[in-house]
Write a protein that binds this ligand. Structure first.
Ligand SMILES: C[S@@+](CC[C@H](N)C(=O)[O-])C[C@H]1O[C@@H](n2cnc3c(N)ncnc32)[C@H](O)[C@@H]1O
Length: 420
């Protein structure tokens, strides 16, 4: 990960003959993400989880913390090129010279990253930030770097409790890659989102009352696999949740902000604001994913009408077979509604549905969610089709789940009133 070598070298050169406009650009929090995109392929960025927080989101993340002063100790445990630390430094004052300013900032600003070039970029950019604020350059770069001793190459997961005793504020946007679960005393086995692992590590180590503001992927807020992550978090901190939406224009991942204080108690965290109706789809329907897995299930056994997303028109009613397929697994008897699992907040209708009304059992593929009325009536299915098209349902789903796929749990909770 030497991606920033040339960029860092250019920054070092500029420090010898400062140029106002270039200096401003170096600490433009939206620009560094674009610089990285020029130097790395998207696969390399994904592997390192190196997507840097833009200005608007960084401002929001810092604003959610208590005021940062010269007595605060602010840590970003996965600091990348330092965007969140630069934003934190903007809450601090400056002295007349670079050295006295960095002496003060160096006590407040702590950052770790696995990659030396990111740490170098963070330090260089903090120096540039101080100079942009009008301090007199009275020391060379080596001396300046020594005044930032707590910004260092370190594995965020190797940190121990004692090292974090002084931390008063944590800002983080950890990587969203997939890592193996640490397993022991853990909320999930198998593979888990790295952001959950890093966040969890700090929940376990940070001192009571330490404030946190974290930018996390929506899957941790709304994914059914992360129920236990949410309950572990609720036992470790009091917090509020704010849905943010897409990370940036180029990164199609929705994020939320989780902010609050470490409190080992049973805290109530409201993970979503979607109105929780007393009557919902699960009161009237059985909900499940389609049983047929196309790549896995052999084409053996009896032949059935077979449905998958591509051949199910939105809001259409299907009364006869379009395609047939042999299948030995569970078949389902209509009438029922199928909803496509793939769904994005940018779609006009989050729950894209089709009414299946054949007089024989059918096979449904697992990229569809099957919603079958408990009373077995077509009329109830028709009512459901209307409910799914409403703005109310869209708003509910956009609040509850920003992921690019719907889950059975969320469909069950959609407000449903039989007679309106
Ligand atoms: C999503 S970026 C965020 C950077 C920065 N916090 C920001 O918001 O701009 C995540 C960073 O975590 C770093 N990282 C990944 N695994 C890490 C680990 N185990 N310890 C420390 N840093 C790590 C990556 O190198 C990357 O720079």
């Amino acid at each position: 990960m030497n991606a920033l070598t040339s960029h860092n070298a250019a920054m070092r050169k500029l420090l010898l003959s400062p140029d106002k406009e270039q200096f401003r650009r170096l600490v433009d929090l939206d620009n560094i993400d674009l610089v990285l995109r020029e130097l790395l392929t998207i696969e390399e960025m994904r592997e390192a989880g190196s997507f840097f927080t833009g200005q608007k989101l960084a401002t929001k993340a810092v604003a959610l913390l208590p005021v940062i002063t010269s007595r605060s100790v602010v840590l970003d445990p996965t600091c990348g090129a330092g965007n969140l630390l630069i934003e934190a430094s903007r809450a601090l004052g400056v002295e007349s010279t670079l050295s006295t300013t960095l002496l003060a900032w160096g006590k407040v600003l702590w950052g770790f990253d696995l990659h030396a070039h990111f740490i170098e970029a963070t330090k260089l950019r903090i120096v540039v930030e101080a100079m942009n604020r009008g301090v007199e350059q009275d020391c060379d770069l080596d001396e300046a770097f020594e005044l930032l001793p707590n910004i260092l190459v370190k594995d965020a997961l190797s940190v121990e409790k004692l090292e974090l005793e002084k931390i008063s504020h944590v800002l983080m946007n950890p990587p969203f890659t997939i890592w193996p679960s640490p397993k022991e005393n853990y909320w999930k086995e198998g593979k888990v989102n790295a952001a959950g692992i890093v966040f969890d590590h700090y929940l376990r180590l940070l001192p009571e009352d330490c404030s946190i503001s974290a930018i996390l992927p929506d899957v941790l807020r709304s994914g059914s696999r992360y129920d236990e992550f949410r309950s572990f978090t609720s036992q470790s901190m009091s917090a509020t949740v704010e849905v943010w939406g897409r990370f940036n224009r180029k990164t199609d991942v929705d994020v939320f902000l989780l902010s609050g204080k470490i409190k080992t108690a049973v805290n109530l965290i409201k993970w979503h604001n979607a109105e929780q109706n007393s009557v919902c789809i699960s009161d009237y329907f059985d909900v499940r994913t389609g049983p047929l897995v196309a790549y896995r299930d052999p084409e053996d056994g009896p032949e059935y009408p077979y449905f998958y997303p591509k051949i199910c028109p939105q809001w259409g009613v299907i009364r006869e077979a379009v395609e047939m397929r042999r299948f030995t697994g569970k078949v389902l008897t209509p009438p029922f509604v199928v909803i496509k699992r793939t769904s994005s907040p940018s779609d006009r209708n989050r729950a894209s549905a089709t009414l299946i009304n054949l007089r024989e059992p059918v096979a449904i593929e697992n990229h569809m969610i099957v919603v079958k009325p408990k009373d077995g009536k077509l009329k109830t299915c028709k009512k459901l089709m209307q409910v799914l098209q409403t703005k109310k349902t869209n708003n509910f789903l956009n609040e509850r789940i920003r992921l690019r796929h719907l889950t059975v749990g969320v469909i069950k909770d959609i407000p449903f009133v039989e007679e309106e």
